[in-house]
Design a protein around this ligand. Structure first.
Ligand code: SF4
Length: 237
C-alpha cells in the first residue's frame, strides 16, 4: 500500500486561483491559474519569487478537481510558475486532462526548457529573456520549431538595449509569421506597491510605443493589466 502511494504522481503547487488574465492576447478574460513551485532562472525583475520554494504536493486529480471547482464549465486555464516545465513528467498529463475536460489551456514558460512534448492544442506563451533580465541567452533555440500560429512569444523589456534585442530577434527569426502574437511588455518594478499606474514600469510604455511605431515592429505592446486593476504587490490575482 505504501509503495503504491509513492507511485502516484504529485506536483508541487504554489497556488490555484481564479482571476483576470493579465497578459497575452487572452488579457481581460476570466482565467484559473495553476501556479507551480520552483524555477531554475532568477530574472532581475521577477515578481514570482515566492514560487521558488514551498508550495504543497497535490495529485493530478486534486489539481483537476480544484480547477473544476473554480471553473465548472471549462473555460480558460493557465499553467504557470515558477517554471512549470520543470515538472514536465506530471504537467504534460495534467495538460491532457484539462484539454479533455474542455478547457482552453495556456502554458506560460521561460523558454529555457524543451517544449517539443507539449500537446499542440496548448497555447504556449514563451518568454525570450532579454539582455537586462539577468538571464540572457537562456532561450532554447530548438523551441522555435515547436511554435505554431496558436502560440505567443513575449519579451519583457527594461530599456532600449532590451528593445533592440527583441526587435532584431523578432525580425531575424521571422516571429511575425511563426506565432499568433509577439508581445513587447515593459518590465514592472518588483517592489512596486500602492499606486496602480505606469510609474512602476521600468520602461515607459509610451516610449516603447513610439519605438515600436517608428520601427514598424510586428508585435503588440502588452501591459500586465492585473497590476492596474489591483495593487501591484498583491499576490493571487
Ligand atoms: S523565469 Fe519567470 S518565475 Fe523564473 S525567475 Fe524568471 S520571471 Fe521569475
Amino acid at each position: 500500500m505504501i509503495e503504491t502511494l509513492y507511485l502516484i504522481p504529485h506536483m508541487q503547487i504554489t497556488e490555484i486561483y481564479k482571476s483576470i488574465q493579465g497578459e497575452s492576447s487572452y488579457a481581460g478574460l476570466p482565467c484559473v491559474f495553476v501556479r507551480l513551485t520552483g524555477c531554475n532562472l532568477r530574472c532581475s525583475w521577477c515578481d514570482s519569487e515566492y514560487t521558488f520554494t514551498g508550495g504543497q504536493k497535490m495529485t493530478l486529480e486534486q489539481v483537476e478537481a480544484e480547477v473544476e471547482q473554480l471553473s465548472p464549465d471549462g473555460g480558460l486555464v493557465e499553467i504557470t510558475g515558477g517554471e512549470p516545465m520543470l515538472q514536465e513528467k506530471e504537467v504534460i498529463p495534467l495538460m491532457d486532462r484539462l484539454l479533455n475536460s474542455g478547457c482552453t489551456v495556456l502554458l506560460e514558460t521561460s523558454g529555457e526548457r524543451p517544449l517539443d512534448k507539449v500537446p499542440r492544442e496548448i497555447v504556449k506563451i514563451v518568454d525570450v529573456k532579454c539582455p537586462n533580465s539577468g538571464e540572457p541567452d537562456t532561450f532554447r533555440m530548438e523551441n522555435l520549431d515547436a511554435l505554431t500560429l496558436r502560440d505567443e512569444v513575449k519579451f519583457v523589456l527594461s530599456d532600449r538595449v532590451d528593445y533592440e534585442f527583441a526587435r532584431d530577434f523578432t525580425a531575424d527569426h521571422k516571429l511575425g509569421g511563426r506565432v499568433g502574437s509577439v508581445i513587447f511588455s515593459p518590465a514592472f518594478d518588483k517592489q512596486a506597491g500602492g499606486g496602480r499606474d505606469t510609474s512602476h514600469c521600468l520602461l515607459d510604455p509610451r516610449e516603447l510605443a513610439e519605438w515600436m511605431l517608428a520601427d514598424n515592429v510586428p508585435a503588440r505592446l502588452g501591459l500586465q493589466i492585473h497590476k492596474f486593476i489591483w495593487d501591484p504587490a498583491m499576490k493571487g490575482v
